[in-house]
Design a protein around this ligand. Structure first.
Ligand SMILES: Nc1ncnc2c1ncn2[C@@H]1O[C@H](COP(=O)(O)OP(=O)(O)OP(=O)(O)O)[C@@H](O)[C@H]1O
Ligand SMILES: [Mg+2]
Length: 428
């Protein structure tokens, strides 16, 4: 790409699970950045390796963690935006580092990788943002956007603008639309589910101000990481004592299970205080095998591994419709003979059951968006975001919008592409 003078605006989709970036080159074409090897999407993950004192990013970070390399994995950082945790320090490799500075590190690496590809500095960015970073709290929501912008600035972007993620997804879809269409754009990612009802057409796509075409936007803070948590609680955590009715007929206190199943809170389960609390829980357990497994999981810091196993099983079961196993052999707790295998199973039935309420809320939010648009129905439902592939969710959306054509979109790169289109109209 030779673009010495063209003011390139990098569209950045900083996702809860995956990030992506794209720009419109001087040639007027969309260029999706290969952020992670040859792949466009890069897991929003960092790994601080203890022995080498290096920081790994994206799938290298995930691999290092899953291979058992000593160190600390950080994932789902976007979920911390707008919370006080952002300004707190956390221990990595014997040093204290602010969560905010970890986000800055991620942005710096993303910027570096993109610049290496385009061969010129990139200082202008169009950042995506969900409809709500934080539900029902405008102050914290504004703080989340401000923090994201500040992190990008600290990483070296000097010109920053924001666009809603579902609007960006719509702008990408519009490139494929031949006739005027009303669409409900559904973006279901790792952290949030966002919806827009928008009027799309080739002629409208040429206009820079699209305010009058956006008929409604809604969003709810539910996404794939919540599905992982709910499935982890339904399948794996009972093997560690979640909902175990212990001594005195009371269930074992459950806070440790919530930390262990929430991507961005797992580290809290490993603090000295939390470990001490968990150790003392043995008196609450009737079945000590379950407690031994809990302690194995905490001592070995296996929270991410269990959750990643559940996530993989969720995806496998969603794709094939068949049962998927979560291997837990690494929890070699007391009472499990060497030859015995420990595992949990994600089935279509378990998935439908565990996710019923969350999926209901997502579908309700989609319906609210159509209702607010004032249209009786939409022509198309455009699906984007990794979690939009979740089988029971697709089924529920089809049932809720029987008159619309369901279009399966560019699941992982659509928002970044749309941000690039939005950025290009800004640059002109
Ligand atoms: N085939 C599939 N079925 C169900 N879920 C899937 C599938 N493939 C990926 N996912 C889930 O999609 C999510 C990631 O999607 P995506 O990359 O769109 O999110 P994100 O953009 O990082 O998040 P957000 O937009 O909420 O910040 C993960 O939770 C992942 O488990
Ligand atoms: Mg997303």
């Amino acid at each position: 790409m030779s673009a010495r003078t063209h003011p390139l605006v990098l569209g950045i989709d900083f996702g809860t699970s995956n990030s992506a970036a794209a720009l419109i080159g001087a040639d007027g074409q969309i260029h999706t950045m290969a952020l992670d090897g040859v792949r466009a999407e890069m897991p929003t993950a960092l790994f601080f390796a203890s022995e080498t004192h290096t920081v790994l990013y994206g799938s290298e970070a995930m691999q290092a963690y899953l291979n058992g390399t000593e160190g600390r994995l950080l994932r789902s950082l976007k979920s911390l935006l707008g919370s006080q945790l952002m300004d707190e320090y956390t221990a990595v490799n014997g040093q204290s580092i602010r969560f905010f500075d970890i986000v800055v590190l991620f942005f710096k690496e993303l910027k570096r990788r993109c610049e290496a590809q385009v061969g010129q500095p990139l200082t202008r960015a169009m950042l995506g943002r969900p409809v709500h970073f934080v539900d029902d709290n405008p102050e914290r929501d504004a703080l989340a956007q401000e923090t994201l912008g500040r992190a990008a600035r600290e990483a070296g972007f000097t010109d920053i603008a924001f666009q809603l993620e579902p609007i960006a997804a719509a702008l990408d879809y519009e490139q494929r639309v031949a006739l005027e269409t009303t669409a409900l754009v559904v973006d279901i990612g790792g952290g949030t589910s966002d919806f827009t009802v928008i009027r799309l057409s080739p002629a409208r796509s040429q206009q820079s101000d699209r305010t009058s075409d956006i008929l409604a936007t809604t969003g709810v803070h539910i996404g794939g990481t919540d599905f992982d948590r709910l499935l982890d609680l339904a399948t794996v955590m009972p093997l560690l004592g979640y909902k175990h009715v212990g001594t005195g007929g009371r269930p074992v206190p459950n806070s440790v299970f919530f930390d262990l199943t929430t991507w961005h809170l797992i580290h809290q389960a490993y603090t000295r205080k939390a470990m001490h609390f968990a150790k003392e829980l043995w008196t609450d357990y009737v079945d000590q095998t379950l407690h031994a497994r809990l302690m194995d999981a905490l001592d070995g810091q296996h929270g991410h591994r269990m959750l990643a196993g559940v996530e993989a099983a969720k995806i496998a079961c969603s794709v094939s419709g068949r049962d998927a196993l979560v291997d837990l052999d690494f929890l070699a707790g007391m009472g499990i003979a060497q030859s015995e295998h420990l595992g949990a199973t994600v089935t279509a039935h378990v998935m439908a059951d565990a996710l019923q309420q969350a999926l209901g809320q997502v579908v309700q939010c989609a319906q609210l968006c159509v209702q607010r648009s004032g249209l009786p129905t939409v022509d198309a439902v455009y699906l984007t975001g990794g979690s939009s592939a979740l089988r029971p969710l697709m089924q529920a959306l089809r049932t809720a919008m029987p008159d619309a054509t369901v279009v399966e979109g560019n699941r992982f790169g659509g928002v970044a592409a749309g941000l690039a289109y939005a950025g290009a109209t800004l640059a002109n």
